[in-house]
Design a protein around this ligand. Structure first.
Ligand SMILES: *[C@@H]1O[C@H](CO)[C@@H](O)[C@H](O)[C@H]1NC(C)=O
Ligand SMILES: *[C@@H]1O[C@H](CO)[C@@H](O)[C@H](O)[C@H]1NC(C)=O
Ligand SMILES: *[C@@H]1O[C@H](CO)[C@@H](O)[C@H](O)[C@H]1NC(C)=O
Ligand SMILES: *[C@@H]1O[C@H](CO)[C@@H](O)[C@H](O)[C@H]1NC(C)=O
Length: 298
């Protein structure tokens, strides 16, 4: 007789344990930094279900996250880390909903959570993993003038976990020519990422900065257009020479205008050097780098 039941159980494994089976996520759940996270847990209810005999306990390891019995929340033994951040959906409990809402997620909330449910129909507990992730901010581009080129620095912060970075120059990978620095905020644990490249020769080309935060599928891709106006200047001087054969007064006028421009540019260049050579570039703005006769736009 007993053997027969065992055989049936092996054959119809599911049906032998459906009597009281709770449901939690099979895969790790991802929570977002500072947001709320619902930890799902469902239990079977039938017509004999009774709130007063229902016990729901959420734990992370040995820490009590939240518990409920005698028809109400029982938070005496709740771990300090979770105080005022947890709640059950009491309206939904009659439908077998034992899910926990966790507010203001931080990186310290990651771990293995266990949902235990006990009713007059039976009891069971199941566990699943929770990991936390945070989106990286819109990257900021800074450039500074070096003696022999420009330094481009891209910074993005407030993300988790550490991302993978890639730099492209006209579709070829130049990540090896860049340097990257990851810094973790001691308080929040979130990352600040800085990545920079020194360009000695600025030509008309496009640079692409790619930041990939895998667990979130976050892909930041920003293009930086580099312009060199060398050939434009050559064109300008050719035009001036053409003019000199036509009318001498025009040349004189041009010379005056050029002297004024020269004084203006030299003055601007001096002012620019005063800014420690570092300037932040906004999006789609274009900036002329006086020393290098080139401009950059993001
Ligand atoms: C439990 O109820 C809440 C609130 O209505 C809902 O957001 C959640 O999805 C429910 N949980 C499950 C596992 O259905
Ligand atoms: C970057 O350098 C490493 C070793 O320093 C090399 O194995 C790799 O192939 C290089 N990658 C590219 C894209 O040049
Ligand atoms: C870029 O230039 C700065 C200043 O000269 C230097 O400190 C830094 O190491 C250089 N970085 C790279 C990636 O070559
Ligand atoms: C770079 O592009 C600018 C604007 O499109 C153009 O005026 C200039 O001649 C180009 N420079 C070179 C070196 O090709």
């Amino acid at each position: 007789m007993n053997l027969k039941v065992l055989c049936l159980c092996l054959l119809f494994e599911a049906s032998c344990f459906t009597e009281f089976e709770i449901t939690v996520p099979r895969d790790t759940v991802t929570g977002f930094y500072r947001e709320e996270l619902i930890l799902p847990c469902m239990f079977p209810v039938d017509s004999s279900w009774d709130l007063r005999s229902t016990v729901i306990t959420w734990q992370r390891g040995l820490d009590v996250v939240h518990s409920f019995y005698y028809s109400q929340d029982q938070l005496d033994r709740q771990n300090l880390h979770y105080v005022k951040r947890t709640s059950l959906f009491s309206q939904e409990m009659a439908q077998g909903n034992a899910s926990l809402k966790l507010d203001k997620i931080t990186l310290q909330d990651a771990g293995v959570y266990t949902c235990s449910v006990s009713t007059n129909a039976g009891s069971q507990k199941k566990s699943f993993g929770v990991k936390i992730a945070a989106f990286y901010s819109e990257p900021r581009l800074q450039f500074s003038l070096l003696n022999d080129g420009v330094n481009l620095l891209v910074t993005s912060d407030g993300g988790y976990p550490s991302p993978t970075l890639q730099w492209l120059m006209e579709n070829s990978d130049i990540t090896n020519q860049t340097q990257t620095h990851f810094m973790q905020d001691t308080h929040t644990g979130l990352y600040v990422v800085s990545s920079w490249i020194n360009l000695t020769e600025v030509t008309n080309s496009s640079l692409t900065f790619i930041l990939h935060n895998k667990p979130l599928g976050q892909d930041i891709r920003r293009e930086i257009q580099l312009y060199s106006d060398k050939s434009e200047r050559q064109g300008e001087s050719a035009y001036r020479c053409h003019g000199c054969f036509i009318l001498i007064p025009v040349i004189l006028l041009l010379l005056i205008v050029m002297s004024v421009l020269f004084v203006f540019i030299t003055k601007r260049r001096r002012e620019h050097t005063k800014l420690n050579g570092a300037t932040e570039v906004g999006h789609f703005s274009e900036i002329l780098i006086p020393n290098r006769k080139s401009s950059i736009c993001l």
